[in-house]
Design a protein around this ligand. Structure first.
Ligand SMILES: [Zn+2]
Length: 420
C-alpha cells in the first residue's frame, strides 16, 4: 500500500539517467506519457502507466488532471539572506548613472551590506523565510544560498546561521555557500589581501559549526583577481570545502579557466567567458551555471554564450541569482523564458538546466533533480498541459502543487505570501 498515488499525469518528466547531462544529451528529454506515480515513506516507490495505477492502492490519491508533472526544481545560485531593498536604484539606472557611481554614493552592494550588518538575526530570518516561501511556490524544492552581505566576521556568520536555521525549519532544502569574498569592504579598500586572509581564517569556524558546504569568490575587474581567487579557493579546498566561482560576469579575465583548474563544482555567470575557456569547461566536470535574469535586469543586452557551451559539450544549469541589486526575483520560471529567448536554449535543454544539472551544481545530483525509484519524492504538479508551455506563457506561476519528501508543502491558493 502506497502513501500517495498521483494519477492521470499527462507528461511525467522523469529526467531518468546517470550523472549530469552534457551537451547534445540535453536535447532529449526522458519523459513518460499517460503515467502514474506512487510514493512511500517520502520516496518514489512506483512508476507506471495510468491503467496500471488502477490496481494500486494508496492512502491519498492526487489527480494530475492530464497535466505536466516534473521533479522539484533546483535553484543553484541565490543570495537569499539580506536586509533592505534597492528600488531607488532603478530610477538612477534610468538616468544613466553607472553602477560604479551608485557605489561611490554608498549605494549598490555597500548599502545592502550596511542594512544586513544592522539587522538582527531574527529580522534576517523572517525576511528570508518569506522569500523562501515564494521560491517554493514557484516549484523550487532545493536552493543554494550565499552569504556575502556582511563582509565581516560577525555578519557573515549571522547570514549563514540564518540559512542553516531555514534549512532546518523550512520544507525547501537550503545548501549554504560562504561568499565572504563577495566585495572589498570599505574598511579594507587599500589592503584587500588582509581582508581575504580574514575570510580564510573564518572558514575554520564555518567548518566547525557546519555553516557552509561551498566557498565562492567574486572574480572580476575591480574586485578579486584571478591570482587572488586561485589562492583563496585552494585554501578553501585544503580546508575541505567544495568551491564555486562568480566567473567572467563582465570581463573575460580567465575565471572560467580557473574554475576548471581548481575543480570547481560550478562556474557561474560566464557572460564574458572566452572561447578557450568554454572549450576547457566543456571537457571538465564543472557545471556552467547561467544567470540570464541578471543580464536581463542589467539591461545591456549581453548574455552568456549558452549555445557554444552546449554545442561543445558542457553541462549547463540555470539559476535566478536572486539578490536585491542585479536580479530581484524569486521566479525561476521567468528565468526559463529568458533562457529560451536570449540564451537560445531549447525547452528540452532548459528543463535539464533547472532540474538535474542544477542539482549537480550544488552536489545534490544523487538525490534531487530526477524522478526515479528510491529517490526522494520532490515533485511538482503543474497547471501546464506540457513541458514546452512553461517557458512559453511567461511571467506567471504555473505551479499547482509542490511535494517535498512526499508531502504536499505548497498548493495554489494556499499559503500565498507577500514579502518585500
Ligand atoms: Zn551571485
Amino acid at each position: 500500500m502506497l502513501d500517495t498515488l498521483i494519477v492521470n499525469i499527462g507528461q511525467l518528466l522523469t529526467m531518468e539517467g546517470d550523472g549530469p547531462v552534457k551537451g547534445e544529451q540535453m536535447k532529449s528529454l526522458p519523459l513518460i506519457e499517460h503515467a502514474a506515480l506512487g510514493i512511500k515513506n517520502g520516496r518514489v516507490a512506483w512508476i507506471g502507466s495510468n491503467e496500471e495505477a488502477e490496481k494500486m492502492s494508496a492512502s491519498y490519491i492526487i489527480d494530475a488532471e492530464g497535466k505536466l508533472v516534473t521533479p522539484g526544481l533546483v535553484d543553484p545560485h541565490t543570495h537569499l539572506v539580506f536586509a533592505g531593498s534597492r528600488e531607488h536604484e532603478l530610477s538612477l539606472k534610468q538616468q544613466g548613472i553607472s553602477y560604479l557611481d551608485i557605489l561611490k554614493q554608498g549605494g549598490g552592494i555597500l548599502s545592502t551590506v550596511r542594512a544586513t550588518r544592522a539587522a538582527s538575526e531574527e529580522e534576517l530570518y523572517e525576511k528570508a523565510r518569506g522569500h523562501l516561501d515564494r521560491i517554493l511556490s514557484y516549484g523550487v524544492t532545493t536552493v543554494e544560498a550565499k552569504s556575502g552581505y556582511g563582509l565581516d566576521v560577525e555578519t557573515e556568520l549571522k547570514q549563514l546561521r540564518v540559512a542553516k536555521r531555514l534549512n532546518e525549519t523550512h520544507p525547501v532544502e537550503v545548501v549554504s555557500t560562504f561568499l565572504g569574498a563577495h566585495a572589498i569592504p570599505l574598511e579594507y579598500q587599500n589592503h584587500p589581501d588582509d581582508f581575504l586572509q580574514q575570510m580564510v581564517d573564518l572558514m575554520d569556524v564555518m567548518k566547525r559549526e557546519r555553516l557552509a558546504e561551498f566557498v565562492d569568490i567574486f572574480c572580476e575587474t575591480g574586485v578579486f583577481s584571478v591570482e587572488q581567487s586561485r589562492i583563496f579557493l585552494q585554501q578553501a579546498k585544503e580546508k575541505g570545502f567544495a568551491v564555486k566561482i562568480h566567473a567572467d560576469e563582465i570581463d573575460p579575465l580567465g575565471g572560467t579557466e580557473l574554475a576548471v583548474e581548481v575543480g570547481a563544482v560550478s562556474a557561474d555567470h560566464l557572460v564574458g567567458a572566452s572561447i578557450a575557456g568554454i572549450h576547457q569547461l566543456a571537457h571538465s566536470n564543472t557545471i556552467a551555471v547561467l544567470l540570464p535574469g541578471t543580464s536581463f535586469y542589467l539591461g545591456k543586452g549581453t548574455y552568456a554564450n549558452a549555445r557554444a557551451m552546449i554545442d561543445q559539450g558542457a553541462a549547463v544549469a540555470l539559476a535566478t541569482d536572486f539578490n536585491p541589486g542585479s536580479s530581484p526575483t524569486e521566479n525561476l520560471q521567468f528565468i526559463m523564458t529568458l533562457a529560451a529567448l536570449y540564451l537560445r536554449m531549447t525547452p528540452e535543454e532548459i528543463w535539464h538546466a533547472v532540474t538535474i544539472n542544477a542539482a549537480y551544481a550544488v552536489n545534490r545530483g544523487h538525490e534531487a533533480g530526477r524522478i526515479m525509484i528510491g529517490r526522494k519524492a520532490d515533485i511538482v504538479l503543474w497547471e501546464a498541459p506540457n513541458y514546452m508551455y512553461v517557458p512559453y506563457h511567461y511571467g506567471i506561476n504555473h505551479v499547482r502543487m509542490v511535494l517535498k519528501n512526499g508531502k504536499v508543502v505548497s498548493e495554489r491558493g494556499k499559503g500565498d505570501v507577500s514579502v518585500s
